[in-house]
Design a protein. Structure first.
Length: 292
């Protein structure tokens, strides 16, 4: 591995994940530029190492066995700039920081994301959304690194966005940068809407405890949280992981949970809801890594 880039061996990923769970990465690197990402990818491929890319590791469960090969964590690539009605943000930039930059420049369209804790790359990867807004509505283009280490720009249409889905999930592409196209607005009105959404989050979501965010996708014609609540599962606990008593769609770390605890709760919730309602809850959270 390149000695010029910050690379750690056997690093516990629980230090970086929002759930505070996850085993070690064989190698984890923190590139600061596109060239460093490209160099890491080429070297990993030469060494026949699998590659996993992470941003803020928010809507994610990393298994207790950790991750094989090289983990590329993009949090040091976090530049955000504004030009007229467009905001350009690196993949590792906080989505929340992008919303703050938009408000500072009196640009509207990103208010829904005011409290989404993920990175820009993660938001593109899963078409993150909340309160009626979705990332695909404001993305103009995305710069990616392809699986043959080429830099390519993809338009909104080429990204094939869907509900919690994008083309990135189907390819070995690495998101490097995104351009958001917004509209002029009043900075005070934008701030009021952001405050409103953050207030809703604080009142309904268990923000005081480690979690992986919303665990399940919304079933057609229903809501995961309601199905879980109506199944009497709030407060259900396995090990240190618990179905939140504040919001049934969240699983929180209440007592030094590990990833296996999280997965046990997920599988139990899925089984009970399927028995009660004949509905399979599909996970929204990304589950990666090796079993211990």
């Amino acid at each position: 591995m390149d000695k010029q880039i910050n690379i750690l061996k056997n690093e516990p990923l629980s230090k970086y994940s929002f759930t505070r769970t996850g085993g070690p990465a064989d190698f984890i690197a923190f590139p600061k530029s596109v060239d460093e990402v490209r160099s890491l990818v080429k070297q990993a491929k030469n060494d026949d190492l699998p590659i996993t890319v992470l941003g803020n590791a928010s809507n994610l469960i990393i298994k207790d066995g950790g991750i094989n090969g090289l983990v590329i964590m993009l949090t040091d690539m976090n530049s955000i700039s504004c030009d007229n009605h467009e905001i350009v943000a690196d993949a590792g930039a906080s989505y929340i920081d992008v919303t703050i930059e938009a408000q500072r420049n009196s640009l509207s369209g990103l208010e829904f994301a005011a409290g989404i804790p993920g990175s820009v790359g993660g938001a593109i990867y899963m078409n993150a959304g909340a309160y009626g807004g979705e990332t695909d509505k404001i993305v103009k283009s995305v710069v990616v690194l392809t699986n043959d280490a080429q830099i390519k720009s993809l338009s909104n249409q080429e990204l094939h966005f869907g509900y919690r889905h994008s083309l990135i999930q189907e390819n070995d592409y690495i998101v490097l940068q995104a351009t958001f196209e917004l509209q002029s607005g009043d900075s005070n009105d934008i701030q009021l809407e952001m405050d409103h959404f953050n207030s809703l989050r604080a009142s309904k979501q268990p923000l005081d405890l480690p979690s992986c965010g919303s665990v399940f996708k919304r079933p057609v014609g229903n809501f995961a949280g309601k199905l879980i609540h109506d199944s009497g599962l709030q407060g259900y606990q396995s090990g240190g992981a618990q179905v939140s008593t504040k919001h049934a769609g969240f699983i929180v770390n209440v007592d030094h949970a590990n990833a296996t605890d999280y997965l046990d709760v997920i599988h139990h919730v899925q089984a009970v809801v399927e028995t009660n309602y004949n509905i399979h809850l599909e996970t929204e959270v990304r589950i990666i890594g090796r079993d211990k």
